[in-house]
Design a binder for this molecule. Structure first.
Ligand code: GLC
Ligand code: CA
Length: 544
């Protein structure tokens, strides 16, 4: 087991993200809950993960599924009680699993007591916890557009002022320039550290230092100052892991966020690779085919840029992204090999892997009629684009490919009613393919995606080259293969992945002739071709 009191333990760890609403419902209300997570800790232990990133379970009106927090120190009653949460932390710890909570520090819910006070008058001490500008109903301070559509400003008539929100109007931005706000957040963080939480995922952390007068949201001028203060005031234990979600990070900024001295965060969670299959400068809804050479160049830049100078997280899926097997793999004939191939590509890299619930089963996207979606971003997009003259069929095609609800359908535990997720009608429909794709079936099948992930996780523990090895990209121009090596003074690893559904000629570099196969989704490479979506890791020790 990892020694989690030491800085850097997360470099050998693998995390698993839980989206609690969709994980497991134990009391029959159609919504996942904390007792449901406790009930599946043994499953996570079998998989072999070292920690869980728990999407928000705090008290919330759920405008954005908990990313709108009304009380940071209370649990949403539908999710369970504080006693359940304490039990989860303790039971997880017994199994070597750390609980990493989601910290939403950029904004609160409009139902948070601070905002309710802020609304009362301009003179209330809590007014300055948020960002206000004077104005009249028809003249917002500027034309900034919210991430979820509509203006970033909402008018409050009795104050004669607008408040600022980068996300929904129900998510007013906190004013980090106000020292009392920062202190209140640090106190709240200590509350959770004292409960035994072993780290935090920091939601949109690169947006906290906004400067709306200059139309700055990400990477504001005081960002690194705030992060250093947060780190030394609230997160001083060297073993606490902090994962900073940063859509705007480039390699250089990421080095600063994740500087090895621990002055800011443990690692960055950035999305450059996940934005490659959309029109440059466009929106995620406007997809273009992925260029494999572009993906490889991007991965290469991050691998080389952070080696020895920072730390990255590794992921292809989360609760905001469509399912990777539907996106860059093949959700049909080659669902199983392509899911394993994508995992091989990712888990061979330097960084800390994050597996999103259901990814280890190769769960796929869903196609729902618009009325069945729950995600406010998806619903706003539909309304906005249809009003703007788009063909509704095109809008639905974008939604089917890119909606966040693709990843939020309930976990598929078994072939029983509602996929074994809940005896009641789930809050979001279950993917109809649950009769075939489910945890019970996969655990009974030694060749399943599930057991392949278990093996990948175990390899990371066994071979230091997976943590430390220097990365070299092979075949940079190939449109079909993603191949690279990792190397230390003692070990060499070759990772080779066929990104296509066809057969591709391939012979490993001579140095790997006779090397050991650590893992392969076809049981072992066959001579000089790679079969559809074939992937393998070859290994040799070069010194004792
Ligand atoms: C992050 C979360 C996303 C949420 C947004 C606003 O990007 O991952 O789910 O909607 O922040 O909190
Ligand atoms: Ca429930």
């Amino acid at each position: 087991m990892l020694d989690k009191t030491k800085r850097g333990w997360w470099k050998s760890a693998v995390f698993y993200q839980i989206y609690p609403k969709s994980f497991l419902d134990t009391n029959g209300d159609g919504v996942g809950d904390i007792p449901g997570i406790i009930a599946r800790l043994d499953y996570l232990q079998t998989l072999g993960v070292d920690g869980v990133w728990l999407s928000p379970v705090y008290d919330s009106p759920q405008a954005d599924n908990g990313y709108d927090i009304a009380d940071y120190r209370a649990i949403w009653p539908v999710m369970g009680t504080m006693a359940d949460m304490e039990r989860l932390i303790a039971e997880a710890k017994k199994r070597g699993i750390s609980i990493i909570m989601d910290l939403v520090l950029n904004h609160t819910s409009d139902q948070h007591a601070w905002f309710q006070r802020a609304l009362q008058s301009r003179d209330d001490p809590f007014h300055d916890y948020y960002i206000w500008r004077d104005g009249s109903p028809d003249a917002p301070p500027n034309d900034m557009r919210s991430v979820f559509g509509g203006p970033m400003w909402t008018y409050v008539p009795h104050l004669g002022q607008y408040y600022f929100h980068q996300f929904a109007p129900q998510q007013p931005d906190l004013n980090w320039a106000e020292p009392a706000v920062r202190q209140a957040l640090y106190d709240m963080i200590r509350f959770w550290v004292d409960k035994g939480v072993e780290g935090f995922r920091l939601d949109v952390i690169d947006s906290i230092a906004k400067d709306p007068d200059r139309k700055i949201t990400g990477n504001g001028p005081r960002l690194h100052e705030f992060l250093r203060e947060l780190s030394c005031q609230a997160l001083r234990e060297p073993g606490l892991v902090t994962v900073g979600e940063a859509w705007g990070a480039d390699v250089e900024r990421a080095r600063q966020y994740s500087a090895p001295d621990g002055s800011e965060l443990s690692m960055v969670f950035q999305f450059e690779h996940m934005c490659l299959d959309q029109q440059p400068g466009g929106e995620k809804w406007d997809a273009i085919p992925l260029s494999l050479p572009a993906l490889k160049q991007c991965v290469r830049r991050w691998q080389l840029g952070l080696h020895g100078q920072g730390w990255n997280s590794l992921f292809l899926d989360n609760h905001d992204l469509p399912r990777i097997v539907s996106r860059w793999g093949d959700e049909g004939t080659y669902r199983v090999p392509s899911a394993k191939m994508l995992a091989t590509m990712l888990h061979g890299l330097e960084g800390t892997p994050f597996i999103y619930q259901g990814e280890e089963l190769g769960m796929t996207n869903i196609r729902l009629p618009i009325g069945a979606y729950r995600d406010l971003e998806t619903l706003n997009l539909y309304a906005e684009r249809v009003a703007g003259g788009y063909d509704p069929r095109d809008v639905m095609a974008s939604i089917h490919a890119r909606s966040r609800d693709n990843a939020r359908t309930p976990m598929q535990w078994s072939a029983e009613k509602n996929a074994g997720f809940s005896p009641a009608e789930p809050w979001l429909p279950v993917n109809p393919n649950y009769t075939e794709i489910n945890a019970r079936a996969e655990m009974a099948d030694p060749d399943s995606v599930f057991w392949y992930y278990r093996d990948l996780i175990a390899l990371r523990k066994r071979y230091p080259v997976l943590r430390d090895g220097a990365f070299t990209l092979l075949e940079p121009d190939s449109e079909e293969l993603f191949a690279y090596t990792r190397e230390t003074e003692r070990e060499q690893l070759l990772v080779v992945c066929n990104f296509t559904g066809g057969t591709v000629p391939y012979t490993p570099p001579a140095a790997f002739a006779g090397a050991e196969t650590l893992i392969c989704n076809y049981g072992g490479l066959a001579g000089n071709v790679l079969r559809p979506y074939e992937a393998a890791m070859l290994y040799r020790r070069t010194a004792p």
